[in-house]
Design a protein around this ligand. Structure first.
Ligand SMILES: [Cu+2]
Length: 407
C-alpha cells in the first residue's frame, strides 16, 4: 500500500472516531439537561409517575440483559477470534440450551407484561374522575371547554385556548377530539400521549401533585405549523381554581367611554367578530355579537377571546403574552405564590406588545399557515388559522388597548 493511501485511510479513521465521540457525547449530555420541562423522567403527578415507574423497571431489566449480552459478545469476539486455529467441530442443535434461552426471555417478558397491563388499566381508569374538560385540537391550537359542573362552580360552559387550567391534586379527565386532522395531546409531566381524532372522543387522565405550569406539545404531525402547536397545563390550588372559574364566568366589562379601548371595540366588531367570540359583546344596535367562524375558518373555530388576558401565552401557546421578566415571575414562583401570580393575568406594563402587534399585523408571517406564504387568500375560501387582515397601525393601537380589557 502506498504511503499516500495509508495516511488517507488514517485520516478517515480519525474523523470517523471524532464524529462517533461527538455524537456519543451530545446524546449523553442531552440527557443531563436541567431546564427540561418536557422531560419524561420528571413526573409531576400520579399518572406520569405510573409511567415513570414502569419505564424505570423496563430500562432496569433491559440494562442488565444489555450488559450481560455485551460482555458475552466481547468475550466471544476476543477469545474465539481467528488466530489460525483449526475450525472447531460443527454440531447442530443443543435442546437443553435452546429451551433455557427461550424460557428466560419468556419469563422476563411475562413479568414486564404483567406490570405493563396493570399500568395500562390504571391509566385508563375514569370512574373516580373529579373534573371533566373537553379538549379539541385544530390546525394549530387547542381549545378547552369546561362543561357545566356545579361542584366546581361551573354554571355555564367556559371556553379557552392554549393553557389548560385545572385544579392540582385532582383527577381530571380530558375528552379529546379534533376538528380537522389527527393531533395528539401530550403534557409529559402529567401523563402519556393520546391522539385527538376527528369524529371520535378519546379520554386521558391528568393529575398534577402541585400548582405550576407544565409544558407540552402536539405530538402527531398535523401539517405546516405542527411545530408551533404547543400547550401548557396550569395547575392551581382548589381555591385559586375557584377564583379562576368565577372570573371566567364574570360578565363582559365594557371599555371606558371615549377611551382608545372603546375605539378598539369598534374595530373588533368590524374585523374580528366574524371569527372570534367575546361573550357579552354587543353590536352598535345593541344585539349580541355572535361569531361565525364556521363560515370563515377551515376548522370552524377560532379562540374565544372573552378573557384573553387571563392566559399568558397565545397562538397555540407558542408566544408569550407576558414580557420575559413578568413570565419569569410566574414560572419561577414558589408553589404557594404561584396561583396568585398566575391569576394576576396580563396587565399593560407586563404585556409582550411586540409579539402581539406582530400577530395582528400579519399572523401567517409569524406562524406559517399556507404552504405558499405569498398566497394570502386560501384556495377553498376558508382560512387555516388567522389571516392577514391589512390592519393600519392606528387600528392595531386601538385593538391592543381593547384586548387589554379582556381579562
Ligand atoms: Cu397538532
Amino acid at each position: 500500500m502506498s504511503r499516500h493511501a495509508m495516511s488517507a485511510r488514517n485520516a478517515h479513521r480519525v474523523r470517523a472516531l471524532a464524529i462517533t465521540k461527538l455524537v456519543g457525547a451530545s446524546i449523553f449530555l442531552a440527557g443531563c439537561a436541567k431546564d427540561a420541562p418536557q422531560d419524561v423522567f420528571q413526573p409531576k403527578g400520579e399518572n406520569a409517575a405510573d409511567i415513570n415507574n414502569l419505564q424505570y423497571m423496563v430500562f432496569g431489566i433491559a440494562g442488565v440483559v444489555g450488559v450481560i449480552m455485551t460482555v458475552l459478545f466481547v468475550v466471544t469476539m476476543t477469545k474465539f477470534r481467528d488466530k489460525g486455529q483449526p475450525i472447531p467441530e460443527q454440531s447442530h442443535g443443543k435442546p437443553a440450551l435452546e429451551i433455557t434461552l427461550t424460557i428466560i426471555p419468556a419469563l422476563i417478558l411475562s413479568v414486564v407484561g404483567v406490570f405493563t397491563f396493570r399500568g395500562v388499566f390504571d391509566l385508563a381508569e375514569t370512574k373516580d374522575t373529579e373534573l371533566v374538560i373537553n379538549v379539541t385540537g385544530q390546525q394549530w391550537w387547542w381549545e378547552y371547554d369546561y362543561p357545566v359542573q356545579g361542584d366546581w362552580g361551573i354554571d355555564k360552559p367556559i371556553i379557552t385556548s392554549g393553557q389548560l387550567v385545572m385544579p392540582a391534586g385532582t383527577k381530571v379527565l380530558i375528552r379529546e377530539t379534533s376538528r380537522d386532522v389527527i393531533h395528539s395531546y401530550w403534557i409529559p409531566a402529567l401523563n402519556g400521549k393520546r391522539d385527538a381524532v376527528p369524529g371520535r372522543i378519546h379520554t386521558l387522565r391528568l393529575h398534577a401533585d402541585n400548582p405550576g405550569i407544565y409544558a407540552g406539545q402536539c405530538t402527531e404531525f398535523c401539517g405546516l405549523s405542527h411545530g408551533n402547536m404547543r400547550m401548557e397545563a396550569v395547575a392551581l390550588s382548589k381555591e385559586d381554581f375557584a377564583t379562576w372559574v368565577t372570573n371566567q364566568q364574570a360578565a363582559y366589562k365594557e371599555p371606558e367611554k371615549d377611551s382608545l379601548a372603546e375605539q378598539g371595540e369598534a374595530v373588533f366588531l368590524n374585523q374580528c367578530v366574524r371569527c372570534h367570540q367575546v361573550n357579552g359583546l354587543k353590536k352598535a344596535d345593541g344585539t349580541a355579537a355572535i361569531a361565525a367562524p364556521d363560515e370563515n375558518v377551515y376548522a370552524g373555530a377560532a379562540p374565544n377571546l372573552s378573557k384573553f388576558m387571563s392566559r399568558n401565552t397565545f397562538a397555540g401557546a407558542t408566544w408569550d403574552l407576558l414580557k420575559k421578566d413578568c413570565r419569569g415571575n410566574v414560572w419561577d414562583a414558589k408553589s404557594e405564590e404561584f396561583g396568585a401570580k398566575y391569576l394576576e393575568g396580563v396587565s399593560a406594563d407586563c404585556l409582550n406588545e411586540v409579539d402581539l402587534r406582530r400577530w395582528l399585523r400579519n399572523a401567517p408571517a409569524m406562524k406559517p399557515m399556507y404552504a405558499d406564504p405569498t398566497k394570502l387568500e386560501p384556495t377553498d375560501g376558508k382560512y387555516r388559522g388567522m389571516p392577514y387582515l391589512a390592519l393600519s397601525e392606528s387600528d392595531i393601537d386601538k385593538l391592543v388597548a381593547y384586548l387589554l380589557t379582556l381579562k
